[in-house]
Write a new protein. Structure first.
Lengths: 289, 154, 768
């Protein structure tokens, strides 16, 4: 039995916002694979929960007239990986989600939960920052849109105000059209593990040159991050092995990996270099995912 | 925090009085006597508690019972057909995939999800699809072989 | 030897129950009116409880009782699953109590709450306040053994166990002087955990007549009963221990971990049922581990590769309580000498130290995975230094058939190591691959490696070997087989049934094995450990089976008026030996034994077998790996275990055993380690996310081969198989990594970061 203090279940966004609004200490729970575990650990004992798992309107992936993709936050990772729109336009995001946990977890865990949990190891995080995802945060008082980079405030901390609910994740067409991408998760195990380093690469090619590169990491900094210096450095470079290596090395200027018992700073730095380099070579040679 | 939920459990419609703080695992084991649903970790890291919810394999230890309202739940107790083991169950028996057996209901559930999809799976796809279950006895080898065999049987 | 039922892959007795949910494990059974316990665990690694305030917890609604050492009657008890020794100097150390006010590791049991449900018990734990007086703590064996270290157990000097010997006609120093080369190095392994999927769980209650019943997930029901008797100061006959189906043990349930606590609490509550079902986190850091150890290895070698002198000093990290620490150090020593007997002299000095880590004890192969990693790595390093083929070096030095072990007095009757080496070489294409992979550059490099082992079957001559079997023939001619030997998932029920069918002469399906080991019903046996059951228990089954068969033939002879000597029992029928004619069925004879109005006398027997032999098992692993120099990731391309375990009773089950051991050793090699925070001794990764048991995606195709000599001391020609598969994959992988990279990794685990650090230190990561 979970030490839950109060529990309410919403079936519409409106209802969820009402519940979140009338108890500002309450927490939205989508599938529970983060929240329930925190309750069990004692970090959220007695929590007031608003369940959003039954809100059907938040479980859809759509593409609008502008070509912008809308991902409902209660979309599961399995659904994301199998979704036709995702497969066609940003398959690498689905693949990134497909590295999270194990199959049963992916059948239930949601992308919105992954984002709102705010941890740097979130497997969707580095790809979403590369995609410059726009998060729609709704409360009874109104709505605001925040780029995901600004949403991440620190380890486990996100810019979600009391009473607010993440209601849409928007990937604008300009942020994905023409890019090939790849997510590499390096973890000790190939299933059911957390990343030692997660690395997302998006490349817009122009001939054999990099017209634009987007590089994002998980676990390389306190939150998932983009690498602006490296991205600027890469612009216009030829897609060669030497340049791929140079880009990987440059990435160290953008990140700040930590020493922890799960992995040393030196080792993470090595992975930061190698994973980017190898992903760039893969995209150059065989294309993205 | 009590409420009543209605669900279908192994083909039978049930109404159950639950505590909203309970996991589906607790309700299935303690209230419905379906003890094949095993708790190995309580946090979704071992897969021993997996059950089919509307045909999808999900770890019931981190699934609130309240969410099961209106759902179709199946456990290995409900897989036998006319008193005979299902193809997946029979293959696990025949191939020697079972040792201590504590993880086995979870594996059988995930393998059943594959079987019922009607799709073909490569060995690599089977391995990935079952990789949310830990087993310490078998090294997984005969579990994969049994699953593969049951999927080939049309 | 020709067998009918033995040697065939019959389906497991319990498989159908396990795929349908009919199999009942401890937690699945329960009792009415059950209470649930949770344990308050120390938040320091070493020290004393100065004060403890339980008032608030006691006041919580739903709490029945809060126990501390002061109000829970329980004496000292040992925890190791060993037969009791009548010689007090050989008895296990009784250094444990159900609850303690002297804390010896982070997570030690200082109080317990019994409540109407587990959530309330958990909440009550948070309401207990404890004040501690801290002492210095030690996470390393050699630190704990320093002269100025504070004693973890009074008067122990922090030595849990010590074993030493010298063997050989020549003084060890003289032997080293005679050697052309002397190699010295330090090797190390770190603690790991069993991670059986079912955590420790037990409940206890008393019957109306005052007898105590303990239902528990244990490998050793009869030993548990004796230890409970000691802990609770209760006569053994007043205690009944029941082992339902168990969800894995691997040695961790060869220790008495929670039974005295639940029993003492139930007794203190008037015999009301009390259950304690550990969380995974507790089960990982507060039960037992496989001990880590440091090995100081020295070998003197003649130019031709022959080992003249071998010397080993090792320090095992035994953790906070003795458990098996004192006996493992001896088993390791025996193994060191036996596997590669030196020509002139062998010297061993082994210590197990008390430290403030989780308690170390038995885990699949009892110290031998540790020492085999050290020895097989060291042998490989010597081969490299001498520029010799490591396989050749092994062939020159490995033990052979007919070897007389001077330490144990055992003579090796069967040893197929030469055939194992040959099979491994063929499988891995040894010569071709060694040449192909000799000079590599680039990110990804490949290598092949091999390691071998020897392993005793059961514990003779170190400990008593005894097994009981009761066989009762039913009206239909089938037999019920009851044994104290336990089915723990390894397939004991199935192989014992095959043996019984073989010896009695009835079909496999006509043997019914009692899987719930109940000390009231099942005859005495010390339990599942030391890969002993098919060997020792098998002897009991054979003995019982022969008696049953004899009784069947007696009755048949009388009933049919035929000479007993002309008859045999085959396939459930009484047959004439001369022409094979079926003259009656066992069923008819059985029915007569029940209901003959004049001569009814049911066919049953209850026997005990003791064993004073040891058939040493052998084997080896060969691996081919690809190493990613830049990330430290190792991919296993090929892996085989080859076993000489004598007769294989059930090939499919045996393969399954081997697969499981290989997988465990794969984790030992590449990913598993129990981590402790150096600042406070707290476990860091006692959960299944941070502790890296290999997943399906991490486990390659596992290949298995058997070489099957007929071991004359085994009841059916069989030797140990349960534990040995977990011994050599780790060093074989290690040796393959050495060939791939040229880097000698002398420490486990070889996880990606660890290998990256080794490769960086060797300058490899800069080259690529």
């Amino acid at each position: 039995m979970y030490d839950i203090g109060k529990y309410r279940e919403a079936t519409t966004v409106e209802e969820a916002l009402r519940y979140l609004g009338d108890d500002l200490d309450s927490i939205a729970i989508a599938a529970g694979s983060d929240v329930l575990i925190k309750i069990r650990e004692g970090k959220l004992s007695g929590a007031s929960l608003v369940s959003i798992i039954k809100i059907e309107e938040l479980k859809k992936v759509t593409i609008d007239g502008e070509g912008d993709i809308h991902i409902g936050p209660v979309v599961s990772f399995t659904q994301l990986e199998e979704d036709a729109i995702i497969k066609e336009h940003i398959n690498y995001l689905g693949q990134a989600g497909g590295t999270m946990g194990g199959p049963q977890l992916r059948n239930i865990a949601t992308i919105g939960g992954n984002v709102c949990n705010g941890v740097t190891s979130a497997d969707s995080g580095s790809t979403l920052v590369c995609l410059n995802a726009q998060l729609v945060l709704t409360s009874e008082g109104g709505q605001r849109m925040v780029p995901i980079q600004e949403f991440y405030l620190g380890p486990g901390k996100v810019d979600l105000k009391p009473g607010e609910l993440l209601t849409d994740i928007i990937i604008r067409k300009e942020d994905y059209a023409g890019y090939e991408g790849k997510y590499t998760k390096f973890a000790q195990r190939k299933s059911m593990d957390i990343a030692t380093i997660g690395c997302a690469v998006m490349i817009k090619k122009s001939g054999n040159k990099i017209e634009d590169l987007r590089l994002g990491y998980g676990v390389a900094s306190p939150t998932p991050v983009r690498c602006p210096k490296t991205e600027a450095f890469a612009k216009g470079l030829e897609l060669t092995k030497e340049n791929a290596r140079a880009i990987g090395e440059k990435a160290l200027e953008d990140v700040s990996p930590r020493d922890s018992w799960r992995g040393s700073k030196a080792y993470r730095e090595q992975l930061i270099k190698v994973l980017a380099e190898r992903a760039i070579i893969d995209i150059a040679e065989v294309g993205g995912e | 925090m009590h409420k009543k939920i209605s669900l279908t459990v192994n083909g039978t419609k049930r109404s159950v009085e639950i505590d909203e703080r309970e996991s589906l695992l607790e309700v299935l084991r303690d209230k419905l006597g379906l003890t094949s649903v095993k708790q190995g970790c309580g946090v979704g890291e071992c897969g021993a508690c997996a059950v089919l919810i509307d045909g999808t394999s999900i770890d019931s230890c981190i699934y609130l019972a309240s969410w099961a309202d209106g759902k179709d739940i199946r456990t290995v107790e409900g897989l036998e057909v006319d008193g005979k083991l299902s193809d997946v169950q029979q293959a696990f028996v025949d191939e020697g995939a079972v040792q201590c057996g504590f993880c086995i209901p979870g594996f059988v559930i995930s393998a059943t999800e594959l079987k019922e999809s009607g799709k073909d799976y490569t060995r690599e796809e089977i391995r990935r699809a079952l990789s949310g279950h830990l087993c310490r006895c078998t090294g997984y080898q005969k579990i994969v072989e049994a699953t593969e065999k049951s999927l080939k049987k049309k | 030897m020709e067998f009918t039922t033995v040697g065939k892959s019959y389906k497991r007795k319990d498989a159908a129950a396990k795929v349908t949910g009919k199999a009942q494990y401890t937690r699945d059974i329960g009792r009415n009116n059950m209470l649930y316990a949770k344990v308050l665990r120390s938040t320091i690694a070493h020290g004393f409880v100065k004060s403890i305030d339980t008032a608030k917890a006691e006041a919580l609604e739903g709490v029945v009782k809060v126990f501390t050492p002061d109000n829970l009657p329980c004496g000292n008890f040992p925890t190791a699953g060993h037969p009791y020794s009548l010689d007090p100097s050989h008895q296990d150390k009784a250094d444990r109590k159900a609850l303690t006010d002297k804390v010896r590791f982070y997570g030690d049991e200082v109080a317990a709450v019994v409540a109407v449900d587990e959530l309330i018990a958990q909440k009550a734990l948070k309401l207990i306040t404890v004040e501690y007086e801290e002492l210095p703590f030690y996470l390393d064996a050699e630190e704990a053994l320093k002269d100025d270290a504070v004693e973890i157990h009074e008067g122990s000097k922090n030595i849990t166990g010590h074993n030493s010997y010298t063997v050989g006609d020549v003084d060890i120093n003289e032997a080293f002087e005679k050697s052309d080369y002397v190699f010295e190095e330090v090797l190390e392994v770190l603690p790991v955990q069993h991670c059986h999927m079912e955590n420790h769980v037990a409940y206890a209650y008393t019957e109306g007549n005052g007898r105590l019943v303990v239902v528990t997930s244990t490998q050793i029901p009869h030993i548990t009963r004796r230890i409970l008797s000691q802990a609770l100061d209760m006569p053994a006959g007043m205690i009944r221990v029941i082992k339902p189906i168990i969800g894995g043990g691997f040695g961790n349930k060869q220790d008495v971990c929670i039974e005295p606590l639940v029993a003492a609490m139930s007794l203190a509550l008037g015999g009301r049922p009390v259950m304690y079902d550990m969380d995974r986190e507790e089960c990982m850091s507060c039960t037992r581990t496989r001990h880590g150890a440091r090995f100081y290895m020295k070998t003197g070698v003649r130019k031709d590769g022959r080992f003249l002198a071998r010397e080993l000093t090792n320090y095992g990290n035994g953790g906070a309580y003795a458990a098996h620490g004192h006996s493992q150090v001896g088993k390791m020593g025996g193994n060191f000498y036996r596997t590669y007997p030196a020509e002139l002299a062998t010297k061993y000095e082994g210590y197990t130290a008390y430290t403030n880590c989780s308690v170390a004890a038995a885990m699949r192969a009892y110290g031998i995975p540790q020492i085999t990693f050290a020895v097989e790595s060291h042998v490989e390093n010597i081969a490299k230094a001498m520029n010799m083929d490591p396989m050749k070096l092994r062939e020159i030095n490995m033990v052979t058939q007919g070897f007389k072990d001077k330490l144990s007095g055992i003579t090796i009757n069967t040893c197929e190591l030469p055939e194992i080496v040959k099979t491994a070489k063929e499988y891995i294409h040894w010569d071709a691959k060694r040449a192909e992979y000799a000079h590599q550059t680039g990110d990804k490099r490949r290598g092949v490696g091999f390691a071998l082992f020897s392993y005793p079957t059961a514990t003779w001559p170190v400990a008593l070997e005894i097994a009981g079997a009761r066989m009762v023939m039913n009206q239909d001619g089938s037999v019920c087989l009851q044994m104290g030997a336990t089915e723990i998932g390894q397939g004991a029920a199935t192989v014992f049934s095959q043996m019984a069918a073989e010896t009695v002469g009835i079909p496999y399906d006509m043997v019914h094995f009692e899987e719930f080991t109940d000390t009231d019903i099942c005859p005495f046996d010390t339990g599942a450990y030391a890969s002993r059951q098919t060997y020792v228990g098998g002897k009991a089954v054979k003995k019982a089976g022969l008696i049953i068969k004899d009784k069947v033939l007696d009755r048949a002879s009388a009933l049919l008026s035929l000479e007993k000597g002309d008859l045999d029992v085959k396939g459930g029928f009484i047959v004439r030996i001369d022409n094979g004619e079926r003259v009656s069925s066992v069923e008819d004879i059985a029915l007569d034994s029940y209901y003959n109005r004049h001569t009814a006398d049911t066919i049953a027997t209850d026997v005990t077998a003791t064993v004073e032999t040891n058939g040493i098992a052998f084997g080896g692993s060969a691996a081919e790996v690809e190493v990613d120099i830049r990330t430290g990731r190792v991919e296993i391309l090929k892996l085989i275990n080859i076993h000489d375990s004598g007769t294989i009773i059930n090939p499919v089950l045996a393969e399954g055993q081997v697969h499981g051991g290989m997988s465990m050793s794969l984790g030992y090699a590449l990913s598993e380690i129990m981590l402790y925070n150096p600042k406070n001794g707290a476990p860091r990764n006692n959960n299944l996310l941070d502790y890296k048991v290999p997943t399906l995606m991490d486990t390659p195709q596992l290949d298995v081969a058997f070489v099957e000599p007929y071991e004359p001391t085994g009841p059916y020609g069989n030797k140990a198989l349960g534990e040995p598969p977990a011994i050599t994959p780790a060093p074989a992988i290690r040796n393959a990594i050495l060939q791939a990279t040229g880097v000698e990794v002398n420490k486990l685990p070889m996880n990606p970061q660890g290998l990256f650090e080794h490769f960086s230190a060797a300058g490899l990561t800069e080259e690529v």
